[in-house]
Design a protein around this ligand. Structure first.
Ligand SMILES: Cc1ncc(COP(=O)(O)O)c(C=O)c1O
Length: 371
């Protein structure tokens, strides 16, 4: 990692130190509270559990440190995306979405924005910049996109979107702030599902919005307070705990993914291999320019649905599961979720197992379907 990223990682577990009084617990106390003691004028104090919570504050402080921007926490990645759409858009607005990104974002636009008079178009991530952004209020990208791992140039999209009067939001779920910081490349908004690597233990859903624009932060905070789309304090506490080890887990996962992608490349059962870290990947040069690491997701195709199922289910160190970014290596055939990919398309999320053991298990399972 670069020196600034290392400095951020080093400071992360010490953010609360400055406020310690003698005898305070070093780990974050969990505050489960719907109400607070508020005699007289309560301005500036915690008042009600839908407005604020000290455990949210602590996790938002960590996320803000990583994003170098104010952050607002939400109960899931989709709740964070909803806050951007419903907090910022109005009837008559047009937005642009990735055609190959997380399918639920498109479903949200189709089923819930359209009836409110917000229309949307879609473009492939790899050609997102083509045709410009005239007439759009918001361009929303996911880079690398889940599950195909195509990439777009965040700085170029931000520049063109701004010239056309549009805002740029980036879903940074596949990378985390240790892998990529879209705000540094000119994006107005980051949304992310902290359900994935930031929490890392596959036991809670969580999300956040980051922005250096105070009006945007006010809008999504207002949406959270009024809609009641609030994170549970215990979930926030678990994400805070997960963030304390994100740097270590992410480092292991990205390094292992690099080793595994290079070995998969030489395996006869695999076609259509995608990993931004491979020099042969169509996204590699762009990835190198805007990403700090190449991530822990790999995608590829096996010859059939049956072979892909067998590969996943027979691998001793792989969970057959949707989602990604957990300590356990996991994989899913994405056509199961309706993504426009072949029946044998597999998205692999490399976990924290020692890489040589993991590779042995992956190779054994691949050899079995090849035999
Ligand atoms: C890229 C991306 N964005 C957003 C989400 C939604 O996150 P959540 O499931 O926490 O709502 C996901 C979930 O898989 C995702 O992959």
């Amino acid at each position: 990692m670069s020196e600034p990223a290392n400095a951020r990682a080093a400071a992360l577990p010490h953010l609360r130190d400055k406020r310690f009084a003698k005898g305070d617990p070093i780990p974050l106390p969990l505050t489960m509270a719907a109400i607070y003691h508020t005699p007289g004028d309560a301005t500036g104090f915690d008042q009600y559990g839908r407005f604020s919570n000290p455990t949210w504050d602590a996790v938002e402080h960590m996320l803000a440190h990583l994003e170098d921007a104010p952050c607002v926490a939400f109960p899931s990645g989709m709740a964070a995306i909803c806050s951007v759409f419903f907090g910022l858009l109005k009837a008559g607005d047009r937005i642009l979405l990735p055609a190959d990104g997380y399918h639920t974002t498109r479903a949200l636009a189709d089923r819930f924005l359209k009836p409110f008079g917000v229309t949307y178009d879609m473009r492939p991530t790899s050609t997102f910049l083509d045709d410009g952004f005239d007439g759009y209020r918001l361009a929303f990208v996911e880079t690398p996109a889940n599950p195909g791992l195509d990439i777009c140039d965040i700085a170029a999209v931000a520049d063109a979107a701004h010239k056309a009067g549009a805002l740029l939001a980036v879903d940074n779920t596949t990378m985390t702030p240790f892998g990529q910081r879209p705000l540094d490349h000119g994006a107005d908004i980051v949304v992310a599902a902290d359900t994935k690597a930031p929490n890392g233990h596959s036991d809670v859903l969580f999300g956040h919005v980051a922005s250096r624009n105070a009006d945007i932060i006010a809008a999504v905070t207002g949406w959270r307070e009024i809609s009641g789309s609030i994170p549970g304090p215990f979930e926030a506490w678990l994400v805070h705990r997960g963030l304390e080890t994100l740097d270590v887990r992410f480092d292991r996962m990205c390094s292992s993914a690099d080793v595994i992608a290079r070995r998969l490349k030489g395996h006869g059962a695999i076609s259509g291999l995608r990993f931004p870290g491979l020099e042969s990947d169509p996204s590699h040069n762009l990835a190198r320019a805007q990403m700090e690491r190449f991530g822990f997701l790999i995608s590829f195709e096996l010859a059939s649905e049956e072979k892909a199922e067998d590969f996943i289910n027979n691998c001793a160190l792989m969970q057959a599961a949707t989602s990604f970014g957990g300590v356990h290596t996991s994989a899913e055939r994405r056509s199961k979720r309706g993504d426009a990919v072949s029946a044998g398309f597999v998205r692999l999320s490399v976990g924290c197992e020692p890489v040589e053991e993991l590779w042995k298990a992956i190779e054994a399972s691949l050899d079995k379907i090849s035999g």
